[in-house]
Design a protein around this ligand. Structure first.
Ligand code: ZN
Length: 169
């Protein structure tokens, strides 16, 4: 069921719907997901899925643990096998959480496969809010969001690049 939600293009509207239910008045909503396009995700073999699952789960676990003292509420948790998504309400300032999210995204080469999006009152907090450059594309030096929007890379090249992060584990 959740996979069909992921495939719809109004995922941001759905996430905003969850944001409005956040019980922490000064908190924020965190959404962990894998950045793999659905076509690349479906091309992975069992070993690669296991490897991605391990990266996703360990990132999610340590991210939750990081904010345990601030109060964290897990809203939705899906394993990577269902094109994983984890939605958390965190009782902490959105900029502080975003800063931690960026450090997780940069912590290891394979962390490149994980996206941690932070929302505050329905508004997405970006790296620009922290005066940081946007996340770089996995293949070229342009911002990742531009290459995704413009469809700048061939599916085969994306597959090869994403899979290179999964064979090492
Ligand atoms: Zn690119």
């Amino acid at each position: 069921m959740f996979e069909s939600i992921m495939l719809r293009d109004n995922i941001h509207e759905i996430i905003k719907g969850y944001c409005s239910k956040n019980p922490f008045k000064n908190g924020c909503t965190a959404v962990l997901s894998t950045i793999l396009p659905i076509k690349v995700f479906r091309s992975l073999d069992k070993h690669q899925i296991d490897s991605l699952s391990e990266i996703y789960t360990s990132t999610a676990d340590s991210f939750i643990e990081h904010f345990a003292n601030d109060k964290v509420r897990v809203i939705i948790s899906k394993t990577v096998k269902l094109k994983g998504i984890l939605i958390l309400f965190i009782n902490q300032n959105a900029l502080i959480v975003k800063n931690t999210a960026v450090s997780y995204e940069n912590s290891k080469p394979e962390s490149r496969l994980i996206d941690i999006d932070i929302y505050c009152g329905g508004q997405q907090i970006t790296r620009t809010h922290l005066n940081l450059p946007p996340r770089q594309c996995i293949i070229c030096e342009a911002p990742a969001s531009r290459c995704i929007f413009e469809g700048n890379h061939r599916l085969d090249d994306l597959k090869k690049e994403f899979q290179s992060y999964l064979v090492k584990n």
